[in-house]
Design a protein around this ligand. Structure first.
Ligand code: CMP
Length: 137
């Protein structure tokens, strides 16, 4: 598990946070959990009511809906934005396809950071819309 400066560097490597200032990156580093997960671990379960936002610092995940694969996401991508924004149950199941390092933000931490850095919710809303209505984009 990376510590200190490594955590800061991993956060900075995620495009979602690329517009953040040094102070904002420090705030993210202190409020987000960096976790290592093994290959095969189910991270988010379709239909469950959880609402963290998860960014992938290292690794890859698969997104399945009703048991069918719909996407693979890798380093720099994020998931969990739909439940974060709507408060509805998870729309898909997300599992690690390789050992991965993830940055986990609770909804409360996300909205607190969003107040100080409006680029953050804008970037999340863009991806939210693209995933809900891929034909429009
Ligand atoms: P959420 O519904 O909170 O939890 C499951 C997540 O899977 C969802 O948010 C999105 O982040 C992600 N997801 C759902 N559908 C797709 C898709 N078609 N492509 C990529 N990611 C998706």
């Amino acid at each position: 598990m990376p510590r200190g400066d490594e955590k800061y560097d991993l956060i900075q490597s995620v495009p979602l946070f690329s517009e953040c200032t040094g102070d904002e990156l420090e705030a993210i580093a202190s409020s987000a959990d960096l976790i290592d997960v093994p290959e095969g671990m189910e991270l988010v379960t379709q239909g469950k009511s959880t609402n963290e936002l998860v960014a992938i610092a290292v690794g890859e995940v698969e997104v399945t809906k009703d048991g069918q694969p719909v996407a693979r996401l890798g380093a720099g991508d994020f998931f969990g934005e739909i439940a974060l924004i709507t408060g509805a149950p998870r729309t898909a199941t997300v599992s690690a396809t390789e050992p991965s390092t993830l940055l986990v933000l609770t909804d409360r931490e996300f909205w607190r950071l969003a107040k100080e850095n409006p680029a953050l919710p804008s970037a999340v809303l863009k991806v939210f819309a693209e995933r809900l209505h891929p034909d429009t984009f």
